[in-house]
Ligand binder design. Structure first.
Ligand SMILES: C[S@@+](CC[C@H](N)C(=O)[O-])C[C@H]1O[C@@H](n2cnc3c(N)ncnc32)[C@H](O)[C@@H]1O
Length: 378
């Protein structure tokens, strides 16, 4: 049965108090009672609701239209926030229907991480809960989520949700963390497109997200398009082709206070201070105080390069890094929370990629081998 958003029974005020023994902490922008139980449900059920319609970029709306489905189906409905944008923008969607595990949301109750019932003529449009196995254990939520993680090889709830969605429906649109692009999800070849959202569709989290559209038709990665907002950037294959894998051919040590090579491994919010390689003394940072074994945002690397070749070495590392950023439109690097002041998403350089870059620079500067990529960009 279709279930329009306007018929959903929103539990608020006194009714909410009847179902949840919480105190009203505040009133939100829509005049609804905000309970301090909401903080608890954010933590345990991932109740971060999508605001506005920046996620519904033209190619996503086209995908929904081309699916020929007439029902928008959200198996993790929450407040049903996604439905209004869809019914406003895509006239072929005539009805909406939802499920949620939390009875107070007013939808039929279903555990959609275990099974999602199939609905004929429906396209799933959702923003499922996200939480990694690692965060779950840090936040002491592991016991509650064990039954889901025990059934899967994946280490984040949103990947389990994607599996269930693709079992239920052919067409799926989901707002999920951008880390999906670098994840080991096995059904990426059923994707139609990935849209990176640099505008944040949430008011209460800065998790960098993408909108994935699945049509369940198997295809090579060279046919899967990646957009930033409404702009086409490259294919998923282009991103795969940029991946750098270290061979462990050069001895180096990360987070070594005796190292001479400084690496800013994350873009700052200032676009003129982006991630880069440099002499330790050229990066404004208190290395002695800041560097620990666990440091990941800035690091000092000890690698054996003669003094007279160090400037060329640094320049080569940066040339390789910038080449990869440019060719993959940044997508190969993991996102880091928030944007730079120019609105571009901040990126993080992981140690594996950093090691691979240092190895390639070493080959070129010390071993004298000519790498095509470096020759092109220097
Ligand atoms: C991130 S919120 C998104 C809600 C809505 N889709 C939106 O975009 O605003 C995720 C929703 O999934 C619900 N949820 C969490 N675990 C669930 C499960 N196992 N089965 C069904 N719903 C679940 C939460 O209660 C929450 O309402």
């Amino acid at each position: 049965m279709g279930h329009t958003i306007f018929r959903r029974e929103f539990v608020s005020g006194a009714a909410a108090l009847a179902v949840m023994p919480n105190v009203i902490a505040d009133i939100d922008g829509d005049g609804r009672a905000v309970l301090d139980g909401e903080a608890r449900k954010k933590k345990t059920l991932g109740q971060f609701f999508t605001k506005g319609s920046c996620w519904l970029q033209p190619q996503v709306a086209d995908f929904i239209r081309n699916s020929k489905c007439h029902i928008a189906y959200d198996p993790f409905s929450g407040r049903g926030s996604l439905f209004a944008s869809v019914t406003n923008a895509v006239s072929s969607i005539m009805d909406t229907t939802g499920l949620d595990i939390d009875p107070s949301q007013g939808w039929p109750v279903n555990d959609s991480l275990i099974k999602i019932p199939h609905k004929s003529g429906a396209i799933i449009i959702t923003n499922p809960p996200y939480i990694s196995k690692y965060s779950a254990s840090r936040k002491r939520l592991a016991d509650g989520l064990k039954k889901y993680f025990d059934l899967t090889e994946y280490d984040d709830v949103y990947l389990i949700a994607l599996e269930r969605m693709l079992e239920a429906q052919k067409n799926v649109v989901a707002i999920i963390p951008e880390t999906f692009i670098n994840s080991p999800f096995k059904k990426k070849n059923l994707l139609n497109s990935i849209t990176i959202l640099e505008e944040n569709p949430f008011t209460d989290t800065e998790t960098p997200v993408v909108v994935v559209c699945f049509d369940s038709c198997r295809k090579p990665f060279s046919k899967i398009r990646i957009f930033k907002g409404s702009e086409y950037t490259c294919t998923l294959q282009d991103v795969e082709d940029c991946r750098l894998v270290p061979e462990n051919s050069v001895r180096m040590k990360f987070n070594d206070l005796d190292g001479w090579l400084g690496v800013r491994c994350v873009d700052s919010t200032n676009p003129s201070d982006m991630l880069r390689f440099d002499f330790k003394e050229n990066i404004d940072y208190n290395w002695e105080k800041g560097i620990k074994v666990s440091s990941r945002l800035l690091t000092l690397v000890s690698v054996d390069v003669p003094h007279n070749k160090r400037q060329a070495f640094v320049d080569t590392c940066n040339a390789i890094l910038n080449d990869v950023r440019e060719r993959s439109h940044d997508v190969m690097l993991s996102p880091f929370k928030g944007n730079m002041k120019n609105g571009v998403r901040r990126r993080r350089l992981d140690f594996q990629t950093c090691r691979a870059i240092i190895e390639q620079a070493y080959e070129r500067i010390i071993a004298g081998k000519k790498s095509n990529m470096v020759q092109q960009t220097l």
